[in-house]
Design a protein around this ligand. Sequence first.
Ligand code: NAD
Ligand code: UDP
Length: 340
Amino acid sequence: MRVLVTGGAGYIGSHTVLALLDAGHEVLVVDSFANSKPTVIPRLEELSGQHIPVHAFDLRDADKTERLFADERIDAVIHFAGLKAVGESTEQPLAYYENNLGSTFALLRAMERHDVRTLVFSSSATVYGEDAPVPYVENRDHLSSSNPYGWTKVMQEQILADVAAASPGLQVAILRYFNPVGAHESGQIGEDPQGIPNNLMPYIAQVAVGRRERLSVFGGDYDTPDGTGLRDYIHVVDLAAGHVAALGHLAANPEIAVRAWNLGTGQGTSVLEMVHAFERASGVPIAYEIVGRRAGDLPASYAKTERAETELGWRAERSIDDMCADTWRWQSANPQGFPG
Ligand code: NAD
Ligand code: UDP
């Protein structure tokens, strides 16, 4: 298939571009570089040995999005583009609603006009809200979130369900990611957050490489085995493979209009377990202190993974130690992230 990857220069998108090419698909990328650097592209080309056409614009520019679909043959779209920082979304809710919903509207219009019928959408475990019991199962009726970023995902899921119901032939796979971490095993691409990392793994990696002094562990008094928060960390290369599996599943099951799958490992790992695993992988002690809880954090979040295993024939294979070793290879070789 010829697959348009929106946000293909970003963290998960870049790894998925490699997985798609590896599986024999053709890829083209659209990215505004709002949260990524163009220097990722030559690395992807070197790793894959293939030329990757890149269109640098904001998807909300409906004319440019339309022109892209008019000019290029596109069989399917994987839609990663969006803003994703939870804290920032509470400070700038309008920017999040505008960007995340606006880009999806422009994309859906262009897909409709050009009869592109396959869409894989990046959703998140955050749509399970604050009250769902863990492990999270896909078949819940009411989705919600505790922050504007999460609400953009809930809303986009609803929009996609409504559009799919009204558009015979349109197929939408909604993939709810748990906590993507790790990097390609080459160490050439990985997560490159701008400014101070919000997420645990890049923060630990930057402490290890000397860019940050110490990790603040948000809360040591949760009702968890060691008192720190539990999350379902998934290796980004496993996550990327889940997208290839979802495309294959839609192609093989044309009756599917819209369906959601969790992409996680099903295992909860605590903050301190992750710190210690990273110390083992890197050989570097990670300075940390336990501080108060972060507003809005849940004690535990992990996936029920059966649906993806049985239907997509996909499961996460890489361990926490792999996630730490691969993150360290990327971070130590690229202490300042991508050049540029
Ligand atoms: P990322 O920021 O690294 O990648 C997103 C890419 O989209 C960036 O390259 C950015 O420049 C681009 N982009 C943003 N808005 C755009 C627009 N309007 N037009 C064109 N390009 C635009 O993020 P990521 O971690 O790779 O996440 C990819 C997707 O997965 C996002 O939708 C995110 O919400 C979702 N997700 C991420 C996580 C996570 O922890 N990383 C978890 C769950 C879901
Ligand atoms: N966390 C932490 N210090 C940090 C960043 C995160 O202790 O600097 C904790 C956070 O409280 C949560 C876990 O690490 O228990 C994962 O946080 P992250 O922000 O990576 O993912 P999310 O909370 O969105 O699942």
